[in-house]
Design a binder for this molecule. Structure first.
Ligand SMILES: Cc1ncc(C[n+]2csc(CCOP(=O)(O)OP(=O)(O)O)c2C)c(N)n1
Ligand SMILES: [Mg+2]
Length: 318
């Protein structure tokens, strides 16, 4: 079944890939401070809502398939900010080899990655129309590596992304490339031992182009992260491995953009405090929604709540 896709004015298909400056010029003059490549905080907040809307459209298109809704909804602002304003994606603005790379280590949140890649012009509407399952699909329940579309790593097995991202950062240094590497991880994922081997490697090598964003929503598959295996405080642990450490509200696009523009000769970890299931009142902070089907009633409520959130962002901008 083709996947229904949802987009507003700022979303562009691959064929219509816009450079950062084109997006700046097409941005609305809403008087809100402009960030990074030129999108305003209002535009980024709207993009995050578009991402959430597309997450539920995927689930609605496949009512019998459980999807990782909670962890996709919690990272919508992180995705919107990274691909909307922070990253040089290579979609027209920098030579392809010099592009920044996004490694979605928490690959089960791919439902948030697809609309963000669509917004960035790295995926197209046609890619969406190929569906999520079967040999023709380029998007799916977990990412399958396709660097030509900005899908830098196959995912699903937690704990693998940071080591890969550290390797990309070292390779970029050796090749003298300006690329930055962004690795998005879950807080539960930090229970994996491989994360700490990779962190040790990144700190030792002072991989300053590596930026790790932890979607710290406090929950994992079957309970609170603090109860399943408490890996906190993550800030102190990453600092001990040689990282610079920042904490932000992971739903505050301006704060996220601000922290992700900091530069140093050490890797950075941003602990982004988020709400699992963010945007759907009935799913927020409820571990039931980690991986679940969305019924018709849930879909209708979700659409209404996201439309209300959109209106609130627009009203605030006036
Ligand atoms: C190596 C490995 N073990 C177990 C799983 C099953 N699994 C999928 S998601 C998940 C919970 C992850 O929690 P967290 O990293 O906090 O993600 P989020 O809350 O953002 O969904 C688990 C255990 C997996 N994908 N990979
Ligand atoms: Mg979590």
């Amino acid at each position: 079944m083709p996947v229904s896709w949802h987009c507003h004015g700022s979303v562009r298909g691959r064929a219509l890939a816009a450079t950062a400056s084109e997006i700046t010029q097409s941005g609305r003059a809403d008087g809100v401070a402009r960030i990074g490549a030129g999108l305003s905080s209002t535009e980024l907040a709207l993009r995050a809502i578009d991402i959430r809307r597309q997450v539920i459209e995927f689930a609605h298109a496949h009512p019998d398939t459980p999807f990782h809704l909670g962890g996709s909804l919690s990272c919508a602002e992180i995705m919107a900010v990274l691909l909307g304003t922070i990253m040089h994606t290579g979609a027209g603005d920098v030579p392809w080899e010099e592009r920044d790379r996004l490694v979605l280590s928490k690959g089960h949140a791919s439902l948030a990655l697809w609309p963000a890649l669509l917004q960035a012009g790295l995926l197209s509407k046609e890619d969406f129309d190929r569906g999520m399952f079967g040999p023709e699909a380029v998007i799916g329940k977990q990412p399958r590596r396709d660097t030509s579309r900005g899908i830098e790593l196959s995912g699903g097995s937690l704990g693998m992304g940071l080591g890969y991202a550290a390797g990309l950062a070292l390779a970029a240094r050796r090749k003298n490339l300006p690329s930055r590497i962004y690795c998005v991880m879950g807080d539960g994922e930090c229970d994996e031992g491989s994360v700490w081997e990779a962190a040790s490697f990144a700190g030792h090598n002072r991989l300053g182009s590596l930026m790790v964003i932890i979607d710290a929503n406090g929950l994992q598959l079957d309970g609170p992260t603090s109860q399943v295996l408490d890996s906190g405080p993550l800030t102190g642990k990453f600092a001990a491995f040689g990282f610079d450490v920042q904490q932000v509200d992971g739903h505050d696009v301006a704060a996220l953009a601000n922290v992700l523009t900091t530069r140093s000769d050490r890797p950075l970890v941003v602990v982004a405090h988020t709400v699992k299931g963010k945007g759907l009142s009935f799913a927020e902070n409820d571990v039931k929604w980690h991986d679940r089907c969305l019924d018709e009633d849930g879909y209708s409520r979700a659409v209404a709540e996201l439309e209300a959130a959109r209106k609130e962002v627009l009203d605030r901008a006036e």
